[in-house]
Design a protein. Structure first.
Length: 241
């Protein structure tokens, strides 16, 4: 509780805040993370390929049907709802200047009400035809089989796969927000996926906060470290209001 009190005091003092979120934020919404025992990378597959191979650029084009079978089964949770942590961070926007920089592709920050969201790894909600560039929502492409455009082209989700580069404009916006904020809250990420994990190094503010169930390589330099479920932390924060 002492650390939560420190976090509450830091939140009260801060005006410009960056929420840097990873897969651990959405596990309470029923979306598995990547590296835990029940995570996507440990999923048992009928395929001879590993999850890391399947969600790569080259695999998408060489084995599109197999890609989509895995993608729709393991990465798209159409009925997922924001949890209390998503909602809490969205609520902060009423009194603070908040930028969300997320590695998640689930769209739950926006669904919770966050307005200023930078999606470093894209979103399952956006999809584009590889032939003509036409945009499709998730509802429009469905969640079975290989989706095709009206022009006949194959539709690709707007998510950053292995072997693909992050969007340069998103990188610049994220680094600008991180380097100029008073407080950075890193939540639900083990900070091992680069280049996104390296963004923490650009923080120049007063309070670097790490909220994650397990330790990270940045724990030693953080001002506040809490190893707990973020929804538990949010519950305690709200009890202090």
């Amino acid at each position: 509780m002492d650390d939560v009190l420190k976090l509450k005091a830091a939140l009260d003092r801060s005006r410009k805040i960056v929420i840097f979120s990873g897969a651990g934020l959405s596990t309470n919404s029923g979306i598995p993370d990547f590296r835990s025992a029940n995570g996507i990378y440990n999923a048992k597959l009928k395929s001879q390929f590993t999850p890391e191979e399947i969600i790569s650029h080259s695999f998408f084009f060489a084995h599109t049907e197999d890609f989509y079978e895995f993608y729709f089964d393991k990465m798209v949770y159409k009925d997922a709802k924001p949890n209390s942590a998503h909602l809490y961070f969205a609520e902060l926007e009423k009194t603070k200047d908040v930028t969300v920089v997320t590695q998640n592709i689930d769209g739950l920050h926006q669904l919770a009400g966050s307005k200023n969201v930078i999606e470093l790894h894209g979103s399952i909600m956006r999809n584009y035809c590889q032939k003509c560039g036409k945009f499709y929502t998730l509802d429009e492409i469905g969640t079975k089989g290989v989706p095709h455009c009206t022009c006949g082209g194959v539709i690709k989700p707007d998510v950053v796969l292995y072997e693909e580069q992050l969007n340069e404009q998103d990188i610049n916006k994220a680094l600008e927000a991180i380097s100029t904020c008073d407080m950075m809250i890193v939540v639900g990420t083990s900070l091992v996926v680069y280049p996104a994990a390296g963004f923490v190094r650009y923080f120049r503010g007063k309070n670097l906060v790490l909220l994650n169930k397990s330790e990270t390589s940045y724990d030693s330099i953080a001002d506040i470290v809490i190893h707990d479920d973020v929804c538990n932390v949010v519950k305690e924060l709200k009890s202090l209001e």
